[in-house]
Design a protein around this ligand. Sequence first.
Ligand code: GLV
Length: 322
Amino acid sequence: MAFLFLCDAVRGAVFAETFSKLLPDVSFAMAADEVAPEDVRFIMTWNPPPDLHRYPNLRAVFCIGAGVDQFAGSVMPPGVKLVRMVDDGITRMVAEYVAMAVLALHRNLHHYIDHQRRHHWMAVTPQVQAAARRVSIMGTGVLGQAALDKLKVFGFDLSGWNRSQHSIEGVSCYNGADGLREMLYRTDILVCLLPLNAGTAGILNGDLFAALPGGASLVHAGRGRQLDVDALMSSLDTGRLSGAFLDVTDPEPLPADHRLWKHPRVVITPHVAAITQADSAALTTVNNIKRLISGRDPIGIVDPSALSWDGSRTAAEHIKAI
Ligand code: GLV
């Protein structure tokens, strides 16, 4: 029984060591190693490998990241599960990133960065207290809930939106298209942690920004294709939005001459909210393989219907849908 690791060699070495200690019965192979296709039961990868049918005994493909939108349109061979990374390391880092960006926007850092560039000593007033700052998270799965937990400590007025109905202690919860509008009307800092799929491509568009109170701001750590950059730029220029933290763009890397780099109130980080850490991810994967071997579903199993999207839906279509 073999586990084939198709990601970088540095993290592969950590996985190999963890597997040798905790799963000695599963042989560990990297891309360059010779492995008989019929021995391969599990594959770890970022991009969908084109040749999954080569492995007649494959049981699961593990994605090394939390997001699996890169698998859209791909078809798993019958009986093969796709599993995304649901890992404490990723969860902790995303929660930290959201807390950092929300605090920065709450304390007007985006304005002060702009003032500093212009050598301009000026306080932004009034200083809003956390209890009066309405922070809303789109996407209240594992990552969103961890971020909400961190934000609770500061006393923000919190809301969360998800496709389906849910409840989280201390958080006003919304769902569905009407729920989204209702939440946006009472949001000062909007955080997007949604996965990219047919329902979320282009969701951060002019219509959505128009539903926010004037001067609201955005933290985007979902996927670049969810954001309509023209709408963001014009909302920033008219003052509808006061600032944005973007960890994701389309394309990535963002080209050096892209106008987003130059906007005085946009802070860009290069998709680093969470980079999968090999030590915790290896333990998570070992645990999932043990679950599979004992006949249980792994944690993070992806609903195959989420893959049927061909990636073609446009932002304009989405505006009609929300
Ligand atoms: C990062 O964006 C991930 O999907 O893990």
